[in-house]
Write a protein that binds this ligand. Sequence first.
Ligand SMILES: Nc1ncnc2c1ncn2[C@@H]1O[C@H](COP(=O)(O)OP(=O)(O)OP(=O)(O)O)[C@@H](O)[C@H]1O
Length: 247
Amino acid sequence: MSALLEVSGISVSFDGFRAINNLSFAIAECELRAIIGPNGAGKTTFMDIVTGKTRPNEGQVLWGENSVSLLKLNEAQIARAGVGRKFQRPTVFEDQTVAENLTMALKAARGPFRVLWWKPGLETEARVTALAMEVGLDAHLARKSGELSHGQKQWLEIGMLLAQEPRLLLVDEPAAGMTLAEREQTTTLLRRLAQRHAVVVVEHDMDFVRRLDCKVTVLHEGSVLAEGSLDHVTANPQVIEVYLGRG
Ligand SMILES: Nc1ncnc2c1ncn2[C@@H]1O[C@H](COP(=O)(O)OP(=O)(O)OP(=O)(O)O)[C@@H](O)[C@H]1O
């Protein structure tokens, strides 16, 4: 299976401190992957590098079948190349309805110039409904986003990201602040999305990671400490020592 994203030998230092240290790993097309690790392991910095927010001092970040170097692209170009990022806190427009938020995301996905003469039409309405269905919000299209629960706002934001038709979705700590029922629905959603997109989830909640039922990468001090099934990595004595053992 060829890689969609291949990170090889990347290092990044902040004031002499190596936050990412010779990190290498790959994500396949339509793969669901969880990244876990203690605070400060480099999980956020890894996502910052892939999305172009932080530049590594060394290494390569290769993308797609033509192995395009993402390090040569800026943040907007990386997003257009198909990398979508969901931050921990939802940033939906609370005064707008679910449908309006999704419509705006579709407009933004068409690019700033086309928006000038672009008017919402039937095709857009159908796409908005399809996006809402994909994230389980089709019954809430007319509601103001501010009235949604925390979990529903997170799903709306995922729907807004899907408007860009990303090939890779980076999702930062989705379980935080969600009820148990929302967490369960979110794992179902992420698993379903991984049928058509690669999805990388950074998460501390082990029950959530277990329900994702996917390959897990454990980061520690900016490198891969262990990789494999959740049972495999959680049985690793080093993982227990640096991460799981610290209740
Ligand atoms: N812009 C920055 N300037 C200085 N140090 C930074 C910067 N960004 C990250 N770091 C440091 O790099 C290390 C890795 O941080 P990072 O946020 O990537 O870890 P993390 O695994 O995401 O942690 P958490 O689970 O707490 O979110 C930390 O020690 C952090 O303090």
